[in-house]
Design a protein around this ligand. Structure first.
Ligand code: SDX
Length: 427
């Protein structure tokens, strides 16, 4: 049997052979199906792109039914256990795990680019103390582009590489500055003697201690959390990075759009919504009543469900285990009991089982962040730091993919036909 579809257009009786390549047929091959020679031809209609492959990619692989996630072929479980975020960043961007020499050089480059222009502090100080840190981060990422005018030369591999080093290095600094601004605390400058996660924790939590070194358990926990959030194929924010990046602005501008997409409560903003949900539930006894509201469509079970996973999100499983390690240091989070009982009930309840709703990456992460004393509104910022390497790897892959052009979807026009203007006196 050939790898092709035989399609008959019943309007004309014409039959077409559509090759099946990589498990898909080309949407453009439907344009030949016309009733008149000057017809536009057929389009395929796929709102929210639920069944549309927008690109070929070699970065991440997800099997939603089996709950599998791999980066460049390496299972997420192995990377979370054995790798570091900066090593995974190199893997995502370059396609291979680095040698020790390559990794040491990359780590040195990141460590020597963690500072931001002093004027960036003025942008951050322009926000009210109670501004949402995610809007501060999105704005300051976009503002960064004004300091690197050459960054728009996206066709140059050297320019692309220089900007991705800057972005991976500086986003934790911007995130920490945003946090310190909301707390009314002086900024803590990056320290190049610390690891990537330790430097971030030091910029956030250090209070005037020149020898501040974060707890190694929390340092490792953050490395793993950054790994688990690093990339997730063509999610909403990666798509935003690719779509905005396809018109070829500088990567700071494209990445601010990706972070904006991540901010939404249905995407990376879900981790904060989980905590608000758990706080609203308030106790294990109140769970049955909340579940009733979810079934009545009055509430979403935040941190549950996924467009691709129809099984347990492997990242959620790892984070759940990590939470217990962190709570050894920070003390447990009382909301954990509600989360665990909520998960137990949901995994047994037909309403969720039928809809294949399982915990996703956002369900447990917020409990760790709260135990580490991060404010709830800061959680999507923590997601964005980890996802930066993924957004940049997707951006580079898009720019170097010969099949890609500026993203410009079509539409099915179902509006009014032509009509003449009516003066207001006659309306
Ligand atoms: C992330 O894409 C990625 O890879 C994202 C991400 C990444 O790493 O980049 O994995 C990160 O964004 C994780 C998802 C975080 N969001 C949330 O936890 C918010 C809550 N989840 C839902 O909003 C929802 O599950 C989505 C948005 C995640 C997925 O929505 P879909 O694929 O559009 O599914 P759907 O809305 O069509 O739901 C199918 C059914 C519906 O019920 P019926 O109409 O069939 O009766 O399931 C129901 C939905 O109402 N449903 C939920 C639910 N999620 C789906 N019902 C209650 N609670 C939920 N969370």
């Amino acid at each position: 049997m050939a790898d092709s579809l035989s399609v008959t257009d019943n309007r004309t009786g014409n039959t077409f052979e559509l090759p099946i390549v990589d498990g898909a047929v080309s949407a453009m091959s439907f344009r030949q199906m016309k009733t008149e020679p000057d017809d536009f031809g057929l389009m395929v209609y796929d709102p929210a792109f639920k069944n549309t492959a927008s690109c070929r990619s070699t970065i991440s692989f997800i099997d939603g039914d089996k709950g599998i996630l791999r980066h460049r072929g390496y299972p997420i479980e192995q990377l979370a256990e054995k790798s570091t975020y900066l090593e995974v960043a190199q893997l995502l961007i370059n396609g291979e795990l680095p040698t020790q020499v390559e990794h040491d050089a990359f780590r040195h480059e990141i460590r020597t680019h963690t500072f931001v222009h002093e004027n960036m502090k003025k942008f951050i100080e322009g926000f009210r103390y109670d501004s949402n840190p995610m809007s501060m981060l999105i704005s300051s990422i976009a503002a960064l582009s004004s300091f690197y005018p050459e960054a728009g030369e996206v066709s140059s591999p050297e320019v692309r590489r220089q900007q991705l080093i800057r972005l991976i290095a500086k986003i934790p600094t911007l995130a920490a500055f945003a946090y310190r601004h909301t707390q009314g605390l002086p900024y803590v400058y990056p320290r190049n003697d610390l690891s990537y996660p330790a430097n971030f924790l030091s910029m956030v939590f250090n209070i005037n201690d020149v020898n501040h070194t974060p707890d190694p358990v929390l340092e490792r926990a953050f490395d793993v959390l950054f790994i688990l959030h690093a990339d997730h194929e063509q999610n909403c924010s990666a798509t935003a990075m690719r779509v905005v990046g396809s018109s070829q602005p500088d990567p700071y501008t494209a990445l601010s759009a990706a972070a904006a997409a991540l901010y939404g409560p249905l995407h990376g903003g879900a981790n904060r919504m989980v905590l608000y949900m758990l706080e609203r539930i308030g106790s294990v006894e109140n769970i049955p009543n909340f579940i009733k509201k979810v079934k009545a469509k009055e509430e979403l079970l935040m941190g549950f469900g996924h467009r691709v996973y129809r099984n347990y999100d492997p990242r959620a499983r790892i984070i759940k285990g990590l939470a217990h390690e962190v709570f050894e240091v920070t003390g447990t989070n009382p909301l954990l009991d509600i989360a665990v009982e909520l998960e137990r009930i949901a995994l047994e309840d037909d309403y969720f089982v039928e809809r294949k709703l399982y915990p996703n990456v956002d369900f447990y992460s917020g409990l760790i962040y709260q135990a580490m004393k991060f404010p709830i509104d800061f959680y999507p910022v923590l997601f964005a730091i980890g996802r930066t390497a993924g957004w940049l790897s997707q951006w580079c892959e898009m720019l170097t993919d010969k099949e890609q052009k500026i993203a410009r979807p079509r539409q099915l026009y179902v509006g009014k036909g032509v009509r003449d203007y009516v003066p207001v006196s006659e309306r």
